[in-house]
Design a binder for this molecule. Structure first.
Ligand code: KIV
Length: 263
């Protein structure tokens, strides 16, 4: 079984090959994700929504992230395992280092942080100390109350340029991967072109290097299904088949289609 590392994703980007990521929160689903050959497994703080039934990711704690990361790790030795650092867990240098250490020791191979330019020093600090970092730009759910809701970001040229500028700063600071959420197609494409590191889109069009979906969304069992998701369980005999179909559709470019994208 070939394990996936950041070098694998870099070389996929270089060759123009798409890759798939999916969120995971527990051992059993994590095994299915491993068996479906999904390249990246993300322990998202979306567990606040889909596991805990909360209305945002804000209440999620570092201990909860570490608990779910450890469970996911036990089920999957193949995919690159990225875990979210939750709300305010990287608000100071000391917090960022201590909390990233806890999440890495639970089994993560990379931590994901939401934010732009203001995060550059934190990204540098972590990455200098051997902790690989994934940035997250565009719609950043931990800032939902500041953003005034879960809205498409980067709709006008100035906002789009700002998102690209901030992502370039994160790359320069040492980020090795970037998630971009809920932006127009054209911005997802420009961002993937502008950055050397792989860009994973969610609601960011078909032209990002990789795609990520929340597991419960792509199985059609979330309470609210965002426009950018698709129920891959429809017409399939098992969850395993649905996850495999998602990975295949991302790699072949069949997902996302235009109805899943923002103009
Ligand atoms: O928490 C999460 O699941 C995420 C994805 C939506 C990218 O950050």
């Amino acid at each position: 079984m070939k394990t996936i590392s950041i070098s694998t994703l870099n070389s996929m980007k270089e060759k123009g090959e798409k890759f798939a990521a999916i969120t995971a929160y527990d051992y059993t689903f994590s095994r299915l994700i491993e068996q479906s050959s999904i390249e990246v497994s993300l322990v998202g703080d979306s567990l606040g929504n889909v596991i805990q039934g909360r209305d945002s990711t804000i209440p999620v704690t570092v201990d909860e992230m570490a608990y779910h990361t450890a469970a996911v790790k036990r089920g999957n030795n193949r995919s690159l395992l990225v875990s979210d650092m939750p709300f305010m867990s990287y608000s100071t240098d000391v917090k960022a280092l201590d909390n990233a250490a806890l999440i890495m020791q639970a089994g993560a191979q990379m931590v994901k942080l939401e934010g732009g330019e203001w995060l550059a020093d934190t990204v540098f600090l972590l990455s200098e100390r051997g902790i690989p970092v994934c940035g997250h730009v565009g719609l950043t759910p931990q800032s939902v109350h500041k953003l005034g809701g879960y809205k498409v970001q980067g709709k006008d040229e100035a906002e789009a340029d700002q998102i690209i500028k901030e992502a370039l700063i994160l790359e320069e600071a040492g980020a090795e991967l970037i998630v971009v959420e809920c932006v127009p197609n054209s911005l997802g494409a420009s961002l993937s072109h502008a950055l050397n590191i792989p860009v994973i889109g969610i609601g960011a069009g078909a032209d990002t290097d990789g795609q990520v979906l929340v597991l419960h969304d792509m199985l059609g069992i979330s309470q609210r299904l965002p426009k950018f998701t698709k129920n891959f369980l429809t017409g399939k005999d098992s969850i395993q088949d649905a996850i495999t179909a998602y990975g295949d559709d991302v790699r072949s470019g069949n997902f996302p289609a235009s109805e899943h994208c923002f103009k």
